[in-house]
Design a protein around this ligand. Sequence first.
Ligand SMILES: [Zn+2]
Length: 250
Amino acid sequence: MAHVPDPVRFQRLEEHAWLAAPGPDSGLNVGLVLGENLAVLIDPGPADGDHAGLLAGVRELSSAEIVVVNTHGHPDHIGANEFLRAQGVRKIWAHEHAGVETATDLVSSTPVTLQLGGGVDIVVSHLGRGHTAGDLVAGVRSGEAPGIMFCGDLVREGHDPEFYDSYPEEWVRTLGRLWSMAGNHSRFIPGHGREVDADFLASMRRRMQQGCNVSSQAIRDAVNDATKAIPIVPYGPGESRELITRLRGR
Ligand SMILES: [Zn+2]
C-alpha cells in the first residue's frame, strides 16, 4: 500500500492567510494564501522537508492551482521548489537577484500583483537589498482590509538577524520602508519566529542602525582589528562578526 503522508497542519491567521511550520524544529514559517483560483505557498521549505505532508496539508484546504513565492534564495526557504515543480507546480516567483535556479518568474524593482481570485491579491515587492541581494515581501490584500505581510528573513523574531549574505546599511533602509507600510499592513510574519507588529520593526531597525554605526566606527578606528568592537555590537558574537565582515567588505 502506498504511504499516505500526514498532512502538515496549517494555522489560520486571517480569512485568507495561513501558516505552517512543517517538520519538527524547522523554525521556518511557511505561508499559504488561498483565493478561488490560486493557492500561493510562500517559502515552501528546505530540500529535506516534509514535502508530501506539506502538499497534503494544502490539499486539505484547497484544490486550486499552487503557485510559489520565494522571499529570498536561502536553501531553507527554497529547497522544496524542485519537489513542487515535479508535482506540477508551474509558477515559482523569486527576485531576479535571489539566485533561485528553480524560479520560473522573476520580480525586479516593480511590484507584482498576483490575483488569486475571489478578490484576494498578493502584492510581491522588493523594498531594497537587506538580508540578501534579492529579498521580497508578500502582502495580502482582500477588499479594503489590510492583510498579513510575509517578510521572509528581512524580519527575524526570537533570534538575531543573519548577516552573512546581507547588505546591512541597506537593510536598515529597507526595514524603514517596511515599517512605513504599517498603515496598510499591521501584522508581519517573519521568516522564522512569531508574528510581530510595526513597533517590533521599528526597534529591529533601530538596533540594526546602532549595530552599523558602532561597527563602522570600529572599522574606521582600527582597520586591522575591528572585531574588537564585537562586545559592543548589539548582537551575539557570531552575528556581530558577520555584520562587521559585511560592512568591511563594502
Ligand atoms: Zn535567509
